[in-house]
Design a protein around this ligand. Structure first.
Ligand code: GUN
Length: 292
């Protein structure tokens, strides 16, 4: 039967990374500085550790200096706030991210509130998220995965204007900001932003963007034939045969969707690598502003 074009996220990521690397070489020549990203990692989740190490490796590839501040799963909120506020004050640090999810006892909103919006390369601070929501206001940073969804569509030559775009899920990491981006740019005729009974609406969609955190939830029969599918899921499924004890699965049942869609992002190797290179690009932007 027919089969969708599978988007190669790694090759898009490679293009973004090579541009970032060139700009960093120029920055080193011009001001003798390089961008620096610090990742705060709380607890022992295998998937979070693996994601953070992938980010650190990507930093190395483009010339961003980076480090991890590791905190024990049962650390106090005050300890996390202390770490973040020290990084806020350090002029050699341009980007600070707190890897999510956090252990239950930590209030992530409180932690976002103390983060410095000028170093908020994840774009999760309320002032950055707020600017994204208000027409005519520019956030300092746009959340990486959301920005990457738009970037992948553009780079894949997918015309969004006049299309029905449906976003499933409303997390601050992807669903909410990608909906705001789509609305702000008047890219789509219709932008549903749905959480319940999504299959009733996805069947009408030309473009489906998923952010649900449930492995393989979106089935082939939820999709209109020829739909474009952007799967932002990064669901760790236990797998003792793999290096870190899990494998990654998307929100979309790929085997079914690939037979219905016209274009689809796989997991792994789709949106994930693009999102990481967008993080590098945001960190570069922050350093450029610091040395302007
Ligand atoms: N966990 C899953 N995605 C992300 C992300 O983009 N940033 C952070 N900090 N944590 C995440």
């Amino acid at each position: 039967g027919p089969s969708a074009e599978i988007i190669d996220g790694k090759s898009i990521a490679a293009i973004i990374k090579s541009q970032v690397a060139i700009e960093i070489m120029r920055m080193k020549d011009a001001v003798g500085k390089q961008p620096c990203l610090v990742i705060v990692l709380v607890g022992e989740r295998d998937d979070s550790h693996s994601f953070v190490h992938t980010k650190i490796k990507a930093c190395d590839e483009v010339g961003i200096s980076s480090s991890i501040v590791e905190l024990h799963a049962d650390c106090t909120e005050v300890e996390v706030l202390h770490v973040v506020s020290n990084l806020n004050k350090d002029p050699s640090v341009h980007g600070v991210i707190v890897q999510l999810p956090l252990p239950e006892h930590l209030d992530k909103e409180k932690i976002m509130d103390v983060s410095n919006p000028e170093k908020d390369v994840d774009g999760f601070h309320p002032s950055n998220m707020g600017c994204l929501a208000i027409k005519g206001r520019e956030p300092l940073f746009v959340p990486c995965a959301a920005k990457s969804c738009i970037d992948v569509l553009l780079r894949s030559g997918i015309e969004v204007s006049g299309k029905n775009v449906v976003v499933i899920g409303r997390s601050k990491i992807v669903g909410l900001p990608v909906s705001l981006l789509l609305q702000a740019s008047s890219h789509c005729e219709f932008c549903a932003f749905i959480h319940q009974n999504p299959q009733e609406i996805t069947l009408e969609a030309d473009i489906v963007i998923t952010d649900v955190g449930v492995p393989n939830m979106v089935r082939g029969n939820w999709l209109k034939p020829g739909a474009v599918v952007i799967d932002t899921g990064t669901n760790a499924v236990k797998d003792p045969n793999r290096e870190h004890g899990f494998h990654l699965t998307g929100d979309v049942c790929f085997e079914e969707a690939v037979k219905v869609a016209s274009i689809i992002t796989p997991v792994p190797g789709g949106l994930g690598p693009v999102t990481i290179s967008t993080l590098l690009s945001n960190t570069l932007d922050s350093a450029k502003r610091a040395y302007k």
